[in-house]
Design a protein around this ligand. Structure first.
Ligand code: UDX
Ligand code: ADP
Length: 454
């Protein structure tokens, strides 16, 4: 069997590497229009940073896993085509800022239609608005119907930083297919592939629309939990409660559960915001104004939380940060990834820069992306070494939960910084009492301030 995957990004690359590893008898070819990316997948410097991924890729590379720019050949030879191209939020026209931009997806569908001479199963891997499969089927089956294309939805639930573990041992795999004989046959074929390493009871099936909507809903629910606890963090700061204690107390209720209740500077990543905006747009399209407004609020709280963090920095530093050196510890949207898409650090840095702060950005994996994201800002310094970055700094703002930040020598940092030295912990991962006792002014999300000044 030949599998082709169009799109060698965060989803396509790792997912196909896992299928190739688990199914040595299946040839998997990952194609992309980006030649640099395709080359990088075949080196020791993968185009994305993901713990454990290099080993998984190298196990099958050249055996049954191939990366190529010859998109047409891979499509032509494939029995199953996964489509995992990017579906960013539209920046123009109808639905701008909310709807998904499906131009890349449609281009793929047209390409598949043009090149194919045998029946194929098309698997939607990219996150897509509900009923995309229907639109794609129309593109695929337009004009003649020499070749049959069976479209399945198989959303990817992997999280960055834990992609390998998530692919190896997922909570579930969801496959949506049509209730027709050919739909059922295609569904069964894809089940057979996943069943090589995933227990059957974890492979869920549904109709195509339910599968598409489940992906959006799962991300909306996860993001909603983060916004919910972040909204409570503002109340904690106003009233003197400790958000970590509140999270713990409510998380022990088995109906609520303890995961995704970590107050922070806000959620980032390529999925949450995009998927919620998509959901909002969908609701509006179907005339469900109240439902749309309900979900829109999850995004608004997220932006409020980021701006609130900036405002707290300014207020704590005597209402002016002009000319003050602020070190950003962590630019990635979360730990263990170099990805900075929608990272809260982007907005916070722009806000701090607008107040004329001198920014130094430090991150173990995301410096290159940070440079891109902040290219319009002048006088920003990039320094991977936190100690170099902190020399003569007035403040540290910790924005990513890299575990290495817990092991920093805060005594040393305190000594090399200007006084009073401030730490703003946007992830609540530091030992606040300890760093306060070293002399720092400490602010953390949802826990209020520890100050020597009053
Ligand atoms: C998410 C979904 O988890 C995954 O299933 C889907 O396939 C893609 O989107 P990802 O974006 O990689 O994955 O990261 P995730 O771990 O979900 O975190 C998203 C954001 O929320 C990060 O910025 C993270 O720091 C933040 N977060 C998460 C919090 O602020 N608090 C929490 O308690 C949990
Ligand atoms: P995701 O996080 O959803 O995987 P990425 O942006 O990381 O998104 O990856 C999507 C990939 O799809 C990119 O490498 C991009 O070059 C590729 N891509 C987009 N359009 C096409 C296309 N028409 N043909 C082949 N590859 C494409």
């Amino acid at each position: 069997m030949n599998i082709c995957c169009i799109g060698a990004g965060y989803v396509g690359g790792p997912t196909m590497a896992m299928i190739a590893k688990q199914c040595p008898d299946i040839n998997v070819t990952v194609v992309d229009i980006n030649e640099q990316r395709i080359l990088a997948w075949q080196t020791n410097e993968l185009p994305i940073y993901e713990p454990g991924l290099l080993e998984v890729v190298q196990e099958s590379l050249g055996r049954n896993l191939f990366f190529s720019c010859d998109i047409d050949k891979a499509i032509y030879n494939a029995d199953i085509i996964f489509v995992s191209v990017n579906t960013p939020t539209k920046t123009f026209g109808e639905g701008a800022g909310r709807a998904s931009d499906l131009q890349y997806w449609e281009l793929c569908a047209r390409r598949i239609k043009k090149v194919s001479e045998s029946d194929k199963i098309i698997v939607e891997k990219s996150t897509l608005p509900v009923r995309t499969a229907e639109a794609m089927e129309r593109v695929l089956h337009s004009e003649d119907n020499k070749v049959h294309f069976e479209v399945l939805s198989n959303p990817e639930f992997l999280a960055e930083g834990t992609a390998v573990a998530d692919l190896n041992n997922p909570d579930r795999v969801l496959i949506g297919g049509h209730e027709t004989p050919s739909g059922k046959k295609a569904l069964e074929l894809l089940i057979q592939i996943y069943a090589r390493w995933i227990p059957r009871d974890k492979i869920l099936t549904s109709n195509v629309w339910s599968s598409e909507l489940s992906k959006l809903t799962a991300n909306a629910f996860l993001a909603q939990r983060v916004s919910s606890i972040n909204s409570i963090s503002a109340l904690c700061e106003a009233t003197g409660a400790d958000v970590a204690e509140v999270s713990h107390a409510i998380g022990t209720d088995s109906r609520i559960g303890s995961k995704f209740l970590q107050a922070s500077v806000g959620f980032g990543g390529s999925c949450f915001k995009k998927d919620i905006l998509n959901l909002v747009y969908l609701c509006e399209t179907y005339g469900l104004k109240e439902v749309a407004e309900y979900w829109q609020q999850v995004v608004e709280i997220n932006e409020y939380q980021q701006t609130r963090f900036t405002k707290n920095i300014i207020k704590s530093m005597f209402n002016t940060i002009a000319g003050k050196k602020i070190v950003i510890l962590g630019f990635a949207f979360k730990a263990d990834t170099g990805d900075t898409r929608e990272s809260p650090a982007i907005r916070i840095c722009k806000e701090l820069h607008a107040e004329k702060a001198d920014l130094v950005i430090s991150d173990p994996k995301a410096i290159l992306n940070a440079k891109d994201d902040l290219s319009e800002l002048s006088n920003v310094i990039y320094e991977e070494d936190p100690y170099e970055a902190a020399k003569d700094a007035d403040a540290i703002a910790l924005l990513t939960d890299w575990s290495t930040y817990n092991n920093l020598d805060f005594q040393k940092l305190y000594e090399i910084m200007r006084k009073p030295a401030f730490i703003f912990d946007g992830r609540n991962i530091l030992d606040h009492k300890n760093i306060f006792n070293l002399g720092f002014e400490v602010y953390s999300v949802g826990k209020g301030r520890l100050s020597h000044l009053n």
